[in-house]
Design a protein around this ligand. Structure first.
Ligand code: NAD
Length: 324
């Protein structure tokens, strides 16, 4: 199998690329990324590998997508501008990358005769639906431009599958964390920020009283789900479906900081700020559909994932300090 990963220099895409290159059934991994939120350092260790190619380019450019799809068997579409707050601040750019870019990728895959596309969907699609745990077929109204764009990527997948004899699998990720997730910038996610705080011995800021909870999911579980999705034969009943990919249990923000204190041996207490606008109180996935049809089962629980993540951030900051 030859695989194109869009967004392969990002957090999830680069972990996936690394895992794929260690497999015998994968003969080629091409990454297409414009390095807007991803980094060359995420794929430095892969550059030079005989089965690996990096193409720097923008999915908003259709011809770039066609070139990147040439000769590939599967497209793993991970490229997007993440972050709800970023999309609230700049909905036009989020729309251009996540909707036009996604349409370019799907169309290029069609033009190049690619039959399998696996794409990164998002738990944000559940919007204001209050059901806990979240089940794939029950969504609410989107609460941000980002959520709109991720839902549109699902809608286009369905239409393309119906019209063009292609197979799509959408993986709705829930709060993924782990090595290579960017701890810097205005839109950093909560776990990298907490890791940074732990390493600097500073108090992290918890928005709200800490009772809000998320289904935090370690990256290796997500990589495994992607690999399982790639193995599903075309025209199998598991194709053209959307799946929750998560750990399947929730962790409150207070619990999260106490686990990080444990793995980092930090004693600092968190400080609390106001709840962020648009934050839903709880998020939890029902993963039974992925278990049944994809054969997915999370291999790592939150604590183990935090342990491996902390080890990575420790090394990351040491290297940064050495390079100063
Ligand atoms: P990331 O920002 O680390 O990776 C996204 C990658 O896409 C980056 O390398 C970036 O440079 C690239 N990219 C952005 N715009 C591009 C463009 N115009 N052309 C080419 N490449 C472009 O984010 P991530 O956390 O790895 O997310 C990967 C995917 O998973 C995204 O589609 C995101 O919406 C989805 N997702 C992530 C989470 C999570 O918790 N991390 C949750 C739900 C969904």
């Amino acid at each position: 199998m030859k695989i194109l990963i869009t967004g392969g220099a990002g957090f999830i895409g680069s972990n996936l690329a690394e895992a794929l290159l260690s497999r015998d059934d994968i003969t080629y991994v091409r990454v297409l990324d414009d390095l807007s939120t991803g980094f060359r350092h995420n794929i430095n260790d892969l550059i030079g590998h005989p089965k690996f190619e990096f193409v720097q380019g923008d999915i908003r450019d259709y011809d770039t997508c066609v070139k990147a799809c040439k000769g590939m068997d599967i497209v793993s579409h991970q490229a997007a501008l993440g972050s709800v707050p970023r999309s609230i601040k700049d909905p036009i750019t989020t729309n251009a990358v996540n909707i036009t870019g996604t349409l370019n990728v799907y169309t290029a895959a069609k033009e190049e005769g690619i039959k399998k596309v696996i794409f990164a969907a998002s738990s944000s699609t559940y919007g204001d639906d209050k059901t806990i745990p979240k089940v794939e077929n029950k969504i609410g109204n989107p609460l941000s431009p980002y959520a709109v764009t991720k839902y549109v990527s699902e809608l286009y997948a369905k239409v393309f599958a119906d019209l063009y004899d292609m197979n799509f699998i959408g993986l709705r990720y829930f709060n993924v964390f782990g090595p290579k997730q960017d701890p810097n910038g205005a839109y950093a996610a909560v776990i990298p920020l907490f890791m940074k705080a732990a390493l600097e011995g500073k108090a992290p800021t918890i928005n709200g009283d800490g009772s809000y909870s998320r289904d935090f999911t370690y990256i290796d579980n997500v990589v495994e789900a992607n690999i399982q999705a790639m193995q599903i034969p075309v025209n199998d009943k598991a194709q053209n479906e959307i799946y929750n990919i998560a750990y399947g249990k929730r962790t409150t923000l207070n619990e999260l900081w106490s686990y990080i204190k444990e793995v980092s041996k930090t004693a600092v207490a968190a400080t609390h700020a106001k709840v962020r606008m648009g934050d839903v109180p709880h998020s939890l996935a029902d993963i039974s559909k992925a278990r049944k049809l994809l054969g997915y089962g999370p291999l790592f629980d939150v604590k183990k994932g935090l342990f491996y993540s902390f080890e990575w951030y420790k090394e990351y900051y040491n290297r940064k300090i050495e390079n100063c």
